[in-house]
Design a protein around this ligand. Structure first.
Ligand code: AMP
Length: 214
């Protein structure tokens, strides 16, 4: 089993953005584990997993651990390349299952205030092609070259249903109640937790690159 790097932080903290920036600058091969993307894909393919996950996702709730843990932990163990995990573990139960399986990750905690998350969700558009999933903004941070069209694959850009303001508020509450306690569990096992202030994109990008390359 390879090294595992966990990207941690509120939903909408900008983990995915920092990650795609970094991946453009490196030749190293990583196995990117995004449970959110995996679930969205399962829904698009209308698999049993997708059908089970849908109701939780649309409410901004977490999909139960017994559905997530098996799939993700087996995937991590089988990986031949270092893993970057965006969105796992997100509960104490998931963290415990990961640690019990002998996976001791490095954690990078991306910190931003709630109002930044709310604003980013308001400004985010994503590629409707689930196999692409590229993210853009309606502000001038990362607009597509042609309005409403993905630069990478030419498909249409849409809003994510879980970027709806009410759903975002619920996701932030779920983060505080269920996800934040993961850090304490990790630290109690001696896992190193690095912190990046992700409200300053430029500084955060440099800090993330330094951690990943260091
Ligand atoms: P994300 O794209 O990471 O924000 O994830 C979108 C949705 O997928 C979340 O709101 C959850 O419903 C579900 N999800 C993603 N990761 C997990 C996880 N580790 N455990 C449970 N549900 C998850």
């Amino acid at each position: 089993m390879q090294d595992v790097i966990v990207l941690f932080g509120k939903p909408g903290a900008g983990k995915g953005t920092r990650l795609s920036e970094f991946l453009e600058t490196t030749d190293r091969k990583y196995n990117i584990l995004s449970v959110g993307n995996m679930l969205r894909q399962a829904r698009a393919d209308n698999t049993e997993l997708g059908q089970k996950a849908a109701q939780y996702m649309d409410a901004g709730a977490l999909v139960p651990d017994d559905i997530i843990n098996g799939i993700v932990i087996e995937g991590i163990k089988a990986s031949a390349e270092p893993i970057i995990s965006d969105g796992f573990p997100r509960t104490v139960g998931q963290a415990q299952a990961m640690l019990d399986a002998g996976i001791l990750p490095i954690v990078i905690d991306f910190q931003v205030e709630d109002d930044v998350v709310i604003q980013r969700a308001r400004d985010r558009i994503v590629c409707e092609n689930k196999k692409c999933g590229e993210t853009y903004t309606t502000n001038d941070f990362k607009p597509p070259v042609v309005e409403g069209i993905c630069d990478k694959c030419g498909c249409h850009l849409v809003r994510r249903p879980d970027d709806d303001p009410e759903v975002v508020a619920n996701r932030l509450e779920v983060y505080r109640d269920q996800t934040l306690p993961v850090l304490e569990v990790m630290e109690s096992y001696g896992v190193k937790v690095y912190t990046i202030d992700n409200s300053d994109s430029k500084k955060a990008k440099a800090q993330f690159a330094e951690l990943m390359n260091g």
